[in-house]
Design a protein around this ligand. Sequence first.
Ligand SMILES: [Fe+2]
Length: 199
Amino acid sequence: MHTLPDLPYSYDALGKYISADIMKLHHDKHHQTYVDKLNVALDATPELKERPLEELLKSLDTLPEGVRAAVRNQGGGHYNHALFWQWMSPNGGGEPTGELAEKLVERYGSYQGFVDEFTTKSLGVFGSGWAWLQPNMDIITTSNQDTPIMQGLDAPLLGLDVWEHAYYLDYKNKRDDYVKAWWNVVNWEFVAGRLKAND
Ligand SMILES: [Fe+2]
C-alpha cells in the first residue's frame, strides 16, 4: 500500500507565496487521489505491490499493459508530489551555495541565468507538466505526471509543478506570477543534498 506522506510544514507555512488553500487542495486532494488510484491499480496486480515505486517507474515498458498507464500517471503523480513538498520550505528562497552554486554558474553563467532559463522552460510547458533540474545541470520538461526516471534519466535535483492545480486558486491563469513567487520558497538545502547523493 502506498500512502500519502505528510507535508513537512503546516498548510499555511508558504502562505505569502502559496496559500494554505492551495496547499490543502494540492496535498490532501490531488496527491491523495494519485496515491488512491495507484493503490487501486496495483490491487489488480499483486506481483507489483511489493516493488518500490521508483523501480516500477523505471521499468514501465515491462509492466503488464493493463496497469502501465496507471503506474505512469498515478504513480508518477505520487512520486513527483512526494518530492515537490520537500522542494519547498518556509525557510527556502535565496540562492544555493557550495557545489550546487558552482555547477549552476558554470553552466548558466550566474544563478540568475539559471533562474531565467528554468523559468522560461517552465512557462513553455504546454498544458500540464513539470520542469526539472537534472544532476548534469540540464533543465528539461515533461508532460502530465511523467518524471525523468521514466525516461532512463537520473532522478531530478529539483522540480516545479506547473499544473494549473498548483497555482490557479492564487494566481488564476498567471503561471508566470506563480513561478516568480515559487523561487522564494525553493528548499536549496534539499536540492544540494540530492546533488551530493548523486556524486
Ligand atoms: Fe500537482
